[in-house]
Design a protein around this ligand. Sequence first.
Ligand code: NAP
Length: 540
Amino acid sequence: MKPKKEAFISEDAKKVVKKEMAQMKKAVTVVAVMSAEQNKPFNEFCRKLLTELSTLSDKIKPVFEAPGSAAARKYGITRTPTLLVEPDRYAIRFTGAPAGEEARTFLLAVLMASTGNTVLSELSRERLSALKDKRNVKVFVSPTCPYCPQQALLAVCAAIEKKDLISTEIIEIHENKDLAKQYNAFSVPQVFIDDSLVGLGLQPEEVFIEEILTAAPVKATAYTGTGSTEMDLVVVGAGPAGLTAAIYAERSGMKTVVIEKGNIGGQVAITPVVENYPGFTRIGGKTLMDMMAQQAIQYTEIHEGEEVLDLEKKDDLFTVRTSRASYTAKALLLTTGAQSRKLGVPGETEFQGKGVSYCASCDGYFFKDGKKVIVVGGGNTAATEALYLKNIGVDVTIVHRRDTLRAELFLQKSLAEQHIPILWNAEVKEIRGGKFVTGVVLENVADQTTSTLTVDGVFVAIGYVPSNELAVKLGVATDDEGYIRVDKGHRTNVTGVYAAGDITGGFKQIVTAVGQGSLAATTIFEDIANPYWKTGTAAS
Ligand code: NAP
């Protein structure tokens, strides 16, 4: 008996793709320039992907071309694999295989090219209509970066909305290391407009649209709309606490919206592997957050890429102005989490995106062929990131300022099993380099001697600092470290403002965050139904 030929796309994924592609209207030609000699596994990946996709929808029409063919010359393609989505109508190019996280972006690009409809907000579409000049958008991505698909998707949307003016290229850095080097793009996502860097990391949708209009970096956008949407609860932040709170709030009947300036998932989405979240011995952070988001979306609205610009309280009502809309709400829940703590040493800012990174799953891929990196820190994050980097083929060493790790023993055991070296009692004093990182200066804290270590990358994993700007704006009380103070029902000192998750400090675990989210939602429901500040019942 002949062995059964294994399908490239799993049966489950096929079902999902088939359902999504049923929405296609016009047929979409995908021109794939491929070579049998260079980049073999990635060319092979594209051939299999396109061949199987065309069996799932008769509206997907792959056309395979060789480098140097008339079509390759017509579109100026010299690299393989390169995929063009409906090139006679749109200028959307994937340079490198759309693998991993980028596969979904590619499918959405095909779907949107077919319908002509994008996922951009009405406001963004309106702003884009003012564009008069041509723009070329390049987004550097990696297959494991959880932030990249959202940024790439926005760029594809722009190319569909302004098809005569905007060309978009999604560039996979590992397959196109020379391009990444040429653009100094060692961290992803990175956005270049007309070959100038405008954005490092995922940007809110409105910021990105302004960057296309101005072809320059933009810090923030101002809300220019009128009118407001009436909500019971606005949740700021779509990490585990925010998503869980929204599920509980909507189920108890509160009209709720979740506003997230980046992408869904918070810090967990960039955690390569989450260990021991009940129900899962090990699960990818992005996968876990995708599952939570899928569940939450069944109940509540989640607005990704929308930034809260201003918050105001008048009488018992809050006004929340975002980059896209204005909302009124009876209650506010802050689940804004925390952001990576910086080392604060010379070279750190200068080399961010040029070898200094705070996200191994985003940027580790670039170092995977035995490049030498250090992970700084001694907690669970440092251990998890070091294990991930080792696993994808990076030469990794942990640098820790003490002689013991604070990471869980289970993770410490894994570090030993994987033979990951640890430099004890070592503090990074400086990060050095030219165009990119070339080394670090270390100080031995025991005897104050210094030494240099040659490395290609520095992954900083030294904990988090609270993202408390909005809380401070509202007059919410925080502790000495900036974490929001809450009572046991998750009320803050400002009536109607609640907080949950990492922003409240303490034990920062996903299980804790989801527990706090549900508890906060329950308190909010009870408080709105029976306002303790009106009835005189004191908050406990
Ligand atoms: P953390 O537990 O606060 O550890 C931070 C580490 O960085 C510590 O070892 C600390 O050193 C070191 N550090 C702090 N400031 C430094 C500086 N300026 N220079 C050099 N080193 C510095 O932070 P984390 O590892 O990011 O973890 C945060 C939370 O997430 C924890 O609750 C953790 O359990 C959780 N987490 C869980 C998982 C999981 O899979 N379950 C995975 C990742 C994170 P000292 O030890 O000397 O203070």
